[in-house]
Design a protein. Structure first.
Length: 125
């Protein structure tokens, strides 16, 4: 990520469109992570049981664990779903960023969400 930030200092001012700047930055971070990214370690299980209505706020450890499960998703689903949840790009911009049609993006997002739900359910069992 540090490498992407250093390169961004010289590259980003040349890109006039804000959306294009964000897309460039996302691509550089994805490239950096892809090179250094090995097999994700399995995440530990959540601390509370499903249906525990006594506490509804998200615990810090739970956010960390969700991030660990999210990390296990395959590309491009992981990145597309992250951008979708961050609401930093429109659906059309995300599809263009990943060179997909709108239908392909919808399928990719649905698949990534399903996989994440399965990973999270596995943490409860």
């Amino acid at each position: 990520m540090a490498e992407a930030l250093v390169k961004a200092e010289s590259e980003l001012p040349q890109i006039r469109n804000e959306c294009s700047r964000r897309a460039w930055f996302v691509n550089r971070i994805r490239e950096s992570c892809g090179v250094a990214n090995g097999q994700a370690a399995p995440a530990p299980r959540l601390l509370r049981e499903p249906g525990d209505a006594a506490r509804v706020e998200i615990l810090e450890i739970e956010a960390y664990l969700v991030a660990q499960h999210f990390h296990q998703l395959a590309e491009p689903g992981r990145s597309a779903l992250a951008l979708f949840y961050l609401d930093a790009f429109t659906h059309e911009e995300i599809a263009k960023l990943f060179r997909m049609t709108g239908e392909q993006l919808a399928d990719t997002l649905a698949d990534a969400r399903l996989r994440l739900q399965r990973l999270l359910r596995g943490a409860h069992s």
